[in-house]
Design a protein around this ligand. Structure first.
Ligand SMILES: [Zn+2]
Length: 96
């Protein structure tokens, strides 16, 4: 029966298993924004998959929120303007 000539040191034995957990993942590029991506997944940066926008990203939501806020502010300003105009007309009527 063949038998190893020498004992394998712990370091030699363990170094054999050292690379077992290492896995090289395939990486591609987003077609829209060129960020590195894992294959067959939507881009988290721009929400594109296969050249189409398929999901809303964090940035999109932030922009949407900003637009909503701006429109709210604009409406409030318009309301204030109309209110002040109405008050002014009321005051001018009372003076006359
Ligand atoms: Zn992208």
């Amino acid at each position: 029966m063949p038998v190893p000539k020498r004992k394998r040191s712990r370091a030699r034995r363990d170094s054999r298993f050292a690379n077992k957990g290492v896995e090289v993942k395939a990486i591609t590029e987003c077609s829209n924004c060129k960020t590195p991506l894992s294959t067959h997944s939507a881009c988290k940066n721009c929400g594109f998959y296969k050249g189409k926008k398929i999901m809303e990203t964090k940035i999109d939501r932030a922009i949407k929120r900003g637009n909503e806020r701006q429109s709210k502010v604009a409406k409030a300003q318009q309301r204030e303007k109309s209110m002040s105009a109405a008050q002014a007309s009321e005051q001018s009527e009372s003076k006359e």
